[in-house]
Design a protein around this ligand. Structure first.
Ligand SMILES: Cc1cc2nc3c(=O)[nH]c(=O)nc-3n(C[C@H](O)[C@H](O)[C@H](O)COP(=O)(O)OP(=O)(O)OC[C@H]3O[C@@H](n4cnc5c(N)ncnc54)[C@H](O)[C@@H]3O)c2cc1C
Length: 354
């Protein structure tokens, strides 16, 4: 059994946040190793909207080409509200973004261990480093651990999944350069182009008391419940679409243990409601901040700042999430925001969206 002491930072989890963090470490000339339980780039339940500040960060790393999104249209029943982004947002396949981030990191000398999970984790103390027993039999000790494990906790605990998620890629551009957001009863969905020919549609559906089997029929029922969706999907052949159907977790700040020199990033720090499409930005930014605070040896400051940022995002994302889950609320709100569009811009600025 190999056993070595490592002074390199260890990142656990190879999603957007872990891979961004790895790149941020390497950009600062700090060696880091990333451990991913599955493969980088495997399909996961998510939307593919990239908020404007995240587009800027990814483009600095030459990740792309990202489909430019200049407008968003919200629809609740017969009401519509359009707005323009002051800097364009993006549409991009998340799998592709992860693969390109991994490629960039490997070119810069980063180490990525795929199909490797943590079988046992002994947390660090003030005197002793973390001890990570990997599924390969290797044992890594490190003073600093960066947790980018997404919805999963650092140690195996059950995750509550109060939502269903349905995601599909289909060969048609419904509205170029535009995100379409539909508010339905107990559900919302977004449609966005992710390249010149393919669109992504992701729905978040609140689980209700009915214990139905999770399948594509949820999607067809949603489409039937909304005139606008019916119009869009009547001319699209979904037989060739790529589907992903699954469960989605609670969106909230995680209760993470106060281990020394631990950095929690992305969804491992907080799952942000998809209503504001800011999860990737939160993952990328927290990954970059972790590298910065690691370099200045101030993990406690990171902890403080990252929690403040996440709480702010959660406050706004929760509000918009609840409005989108209720078309009757949306119907009340949309005429008001149409009259005072400045309020929406203010809100978007607040959540790093514009
Ligand atoms: C329905 C839905 C729609 C969404 N839409 C959008 C959107 O349009 N735009 C947006 O910005 N955000 C969206 N989000 C949020 C976004 O998907 C997440 O914020 C983002 O994917 C989180 O990335 P992450 O790297 O933190 O976690 P993940 O992508 O979940 O990555 C975590 C990784 O850690 C690995 N891992 C876990 N445990 C271990 C272990 N013990 N050892 C090794 N590896 C481990 C996993 O295999 C996984 O690859 C959406 C979310 C949902 C649920």
């Amino acid at each position: 059994m190999a056993n070595h002491h490592s002074e390199v930072a260890v990142i656990i989890g190879g999603g957007i946040s872990g891979l961004s963090c790895l790149n941020a470490f390497l950009d600062r000339g700090i060696p880091a190793v990333l451990i991913e339980a599955t493969h980088v780039g495997i399909p996961k339940m998510c939307g593919e909207f990239i908020a404007p500040p995240a587009v800027k960060l990814l483009e600095q790393w030459e990740i792309g080409p990202i489909q430019e999104i200049h407008h968003v249209e919200f629809r609740a029943r017969k009401n519509k509200f359009n707005m323009n982004f002051s800097h364009y947002a993006g549409g991009f396949s998340r799998s592709e973004a992860e693969l390109l981030l991994a490629k960039r990191a490997l070119n810069k000398g980063g180490i990525i261990k795929e199909k490797t999970s943590i079988d046992k984790l002994i947390p660090a103390t003030e005197d002793l480093p973390y001890q990570l027993e990997l599924s390969t039999g290797e044992i890594i000790t490190t003073k600093t651990a960066i947790f980018a494990t997404g919805k999963f906790a650092a140690q195996q605990t059950a995750v509550s999944m109060p939502y269903y998620g349905i995601k599909l890629h289909f060969d048609k551009i419904v509205s170029p350069n535009r995100l379409l957001m539909f508010s339905c009863l107990n559900a919302y969905l977004g449609i966005i182009p992710i390249n010149n020919t393919v669109s992504n549609c992701t729905c978040l559906i609140k689980k209700t008391s009915s214990n139905k089997i999770l399948d594509k029929n949820y999607f067809y029922e949603l489409v039937q419940s909304n005139d606008g969706l019916q119009q869009i999907f009547q001319s699209i052949d979904l037989n060739n679409a790529k589907w992903l159907v699954g469960h989605a977790p609670e969106f909230q700040l995680k209760k993470n243990p106060a281990w020394p020199n631990a950095f929690w990033i992305g969804d491992a720090l907080a799952g942000i409601h998809p209503a504001i499409g800011s999860g990737f930005f939160h993952g990328i930014l927290s990954g970059i901040l972790a590298a910065e605070y690691y370099a200045s040896m101030t993990p406690d400051l990171y902890h403080h700042e990252s929690i403040l940022l996440a709480k702010k995002k959660l406050r706004y994302s929760k509000l918009i999430h609840h409005i989108l889950l209720s078309p009757s609320l949306g119907t009340m709100v949309l005429p008001f925001v149409k009259k005072y569009p400045g309020i929406v811009n203010w809100l978007l600025e607040k959540i790093h969206f514009a």
